[in-house]
Design a protein around this ligand. Sequence first.
Ligand code: ADP
Length: 576
Amino acid sequence: MAPSSLLKLTKHMKKEFILVIIIGTLTGILIIFQALTIARIVDGSFLKGLGLADLKPLFLGLLFIILFRAGLFWLGEVLAHRGATLVKENLRKELLKHLFALGPIYGRSQDTGHLVNTLIEGVEALEVYFSRYLPNLALAAIIPIGILLVAFPQDLLTSLIFLLTAPLIPLFMILIGNLADARANQQWYILGRMSSHFLDVLDGLATLKLLKQSASQAQIMSRLSQEWQTTTMSVLRIAFLSAFFLEFFITISTAIVAVALGLRLIYGKIAFETAFFLLLLAPEYYTPLRTLGVNYHAGITGIKAATDIFELLNTPIPPQQEGKKIVTPQILAKGIAFTNVSFAYNNETTAIKDVSFNIKPGEKLAIVGFSGAGKSTILRLLMGFVTPQQGNIFIGDTPLTDLYMDNWREQIVLVPQNPYLFYGSVKENIAFSRPKATLKEVKQAARLAEIHSIIETLPQGYDTIIGQGARTLSSGQKQRLALARAFLVDSPLVLLDEATTSLDPENEQLIKLALQRLLTNKTAILVAHRLATLEMADKIIVMEKGQIVELGTHKKLLEAKGSYYQLRQAYGGITI
Ligand code: ADP
């Protein structure tokens, strides 16, 4: 990943970045004036014997410069942080937009943990890059160059020392930084291994106890923590060492400047005021370079984090086939048909082969089959996330590809296997499907989904916080919450991807009741596992390796003693 892609992101903080550069330039000018004023004061009071009254304007000037510098420093910090926040905000928006455009198929093929990391931690890691590294990079260019420009006409030797020593500092820091980087990577790798091992051990604690294996696991954990300790210490050693060398190098460089000036001062080859002025400039000259060195590591971390971000942003969006037609009740009134549909992911893995079926309005079609049979792919095809390579999907007489996708998807409500709960109140979680819904509407949806009474017993009712890191609901409650979301949108077509987890009889009964209610007067495709759901279906298609092998009602298919019958036998007859 080229840092140039990262630099392009500064477009989001253009104003702030320009201001930071202006502030840097102003600071550079102030630094020179500060040194000049101090040199004048010292020269005036010690060599020329001037009194306090004569020096008063200079002292006032110095005070003004110092206050002004402090103000500029503060302003620069604020602007840099604001700029970084803007970049992060815009980047997150861009990433989310791109992720949505890529669609759920992309999400499935990726490790979710990695995606979340990229979105949250990756973007966060850029904070330091934009708020510290980049502004410092600008300052490290402006201030030393400004000082050099002033120093050259004053004294050639000092300027040459400045010029020769400056590049060595960043170079040196980069060398040490790379070494520290390799160690830090190793450190993160061990930490990752340790935490996943720890989670595994926690998960299997009961089993380990039963098998009397806990002692050996404790040994592994202690070995991993030893490794962690050793690498952490070596990272710290490098960090201390590099800080020491940096300070040492800057001190030596300043000392060389001082000796070169001092010797000439002794032999009267240079005026005291000039010499002192240049000596005062020396630390100011090296400071931005030193800060850059210190922030180099943060810069590298940012660039690394950005690799994943740009990889995601550069993933091409699959072409979406869609038209401009808006769905009308007339179109919907003619039902849905798949005719000889075949589809392969990435044109490689055949998921659906020559599938044909139709659903009349109000009809409920259940799809059953072992995992990988192609059930979810049918739902994805119907939602327009993927387009068949062969065959057609018709909504009424209109090919699906002629419809305007956003409008088509508004006709569909999907009840997924694992409803996603985010950190927020129960009300917000239900209203996820229609954020503008009122509390009354949310409550009504919850009642229909048979979850209202449970919510009432929660400590803060509909305001109770659930989701990531907060109270979680049982799997049966989650499924009913997903049904409440579906009641709230009230679309004519329901797609249900039923969870395979078995439920206790009470939850089973409540879900059945809610589902029956939801499906009343609706057209539905049910990827079904439960007997109760299968009984609600008007017809069932049985899929095997992407093809339909049987079609009929629950009763007829059982009587036929074919694939459906065997499938049910394989799962003990309770759930598929
Ligand atoms: P089911 O829902 O019946 O379990 P799917 O429709 O998910 O089956 O999968 C059908 C086939 O397509 C399987 O072989 C599966 O591995 C493959 N498949 C599903 N999703 C993807 C994907 N995003 N990329 C590549 N192959 C996929």
